[in-house]
Write a protein that binds this ligand. Sequence first.
Ligand code: F6P
Length: 320
Amino acid sequence: INTIGVLTSGGDAPGMNAAIRAVVRTALANGKKVKGIRRGYSGLLEEDIFDMDAYSVADIIGRGGTILYTARCAEFRTEEGQKKGAEICEKHGIDGLVVIGGDGSFQGARKLANLGINTIGLPGTIDLDIACTEYTIGFDTAVNTAMEAIDKIRDTSTSHERCSVIEVMGRNAGYIALWCGIANGAEQILITERYDFDEQAIINNIIEKRNKGKKHYIIVNAEGIGRSEELAKKVEAATGMEARATIIGHIQRGGSPTCKDRVYASMMGARAVDLLCQGASNRVVGYKEGSFVDFDIQEALSMTKDIDQYMYDMSRKLSR
Ligand code: F6P
């Protein structure tokens, strides 16, 4: 490997900058050249490629977002787009590529690997919905941001003796909702993976808790379920308790990364470069059972994971 390219793709996540910094500085420490690619696969196809040195990544470890910008690219899903991408890598001398993103981004990385570009994927998403890993870059910051927001909503919800339906991100996955639901002591946690759409049961529970003297009722609702406004209106109509819906939204994707996101993203970035220097390709880095590991991308993409049942059952008991 002579030149390592790095790009971020899909939704941004706090900690991506720490990963980019680690890729650049580990590559330089190994005597490699580094090229940054802006706006993911879109920027690759537009040849928005520039040389990076140690100073290109100075003062970024504490910043949210991604200095490389990011995009979702439809053209790169086509065979033509992928061939063009591989040719552009070759033209710029990029023989190793680190792709920081989610499952969709890894599909692209796998295609490039098949076309002869050595690629390594790093799991970057706030959603934690990548099966091969127990940690994804950005999740820790996102849940902490959402947790703080929910604490604030809880204050006003208590003062007004209201029900608050709070929708958190996660696409189809309920990890952010479950973690926040536990951390915020929510009365209900609705996650895509377990929701039975029994709104009457929720309403009955609100009435029961109010009769026992509860002054507020917090429902943390996963984005994959959605319809938070609708649920708030139904609750208000059925219980007489004032209800408000809050969709926390993109605040969860920004902000300065937590210590964990900075350190784990740095470890993953360094490992990606080490793998490339050892001649590996078509791998994705993950974190399992206390260690950083790596898998074949195809194998990683075929894995599935589910919410921890013990954690879910515990959350139900604690919210009684
Ligand atoms: O994948 C990260 C994520 O924030 C999801 O939680 C959410 O569903 C999606 O991206 C939102 O995407 P966009 O920023 O394109 O609206």
